[in-house]
Design a protein. Structure first.
Length: 152
């Protein structure tokens, strides 16, 4: 039965992430370059063998880079930030983490509510939702050091 719970929660996460409304993403005309902007991000983390689900607060991130089609650059690093926090702060291991973002606070707040609702409704067992306070954790723009390529 726990596998059904995990599968239901994973499906809910994947459904929400694949059906993000395109109108809330930053669009660029013919320029395929990236744009530095303010985004709002929250994270959801769960060990798929457990019914405990962690939600971060919605964090405004100034200076995030959004690519031409509304794709958050280095999104995996935002996810890793929350995963590492949950694993270290709560002693949880094997966390599966997703981040949801947008350029409109109102739209991200809607997504946050929908995510909570889907997790509560689609779970065959009542999940335990834990909310991480903004003073305990907030997302930061990842600093990525790229090695310079040597010329031969």
């Amino acid at each position: 039965m726990i596998h059904k719970t995990c599968l239901a929660l994973l499906c809910a996460l994947l459904t929400l992430l694949t059906t993000l409304p395109a109108h809330s993403m930053v669009r660029r005309g013919g320029d395929k370059g990236a744009k530095t902007t303010m985004v709002y991000v929250f994270g959801v983390s769960q060990n798929l063998g457990d019914t405990l689900v962690y939600f971060s607060s919605i964090t405004p991130v100034a200076g995030a880079v959004v690519k031409g089609h509304g794709e958050l650059e280095n999104r995996i690093y935002y996810s890793e930030q929350f995963k590492k926090y949950v694993e270290s702060a709560f002693g949880q291991s094997h966390q599966t983490t997703a981040v949801v973002y947008g350029t409109s606070l109102k739209e991200v707040e809607k997504r946050f509510g929908k995510m909570e609702e889907k997790i509560r409704k689609k779970s065959p067992y009542p999940p335990t939702l834990k909310y991480v306070r903004p003073e305990d954790f907030h997302f930061k723009v990842p600093v990525i050091v790229q090695a310079e390529e040597e010329s031969f």
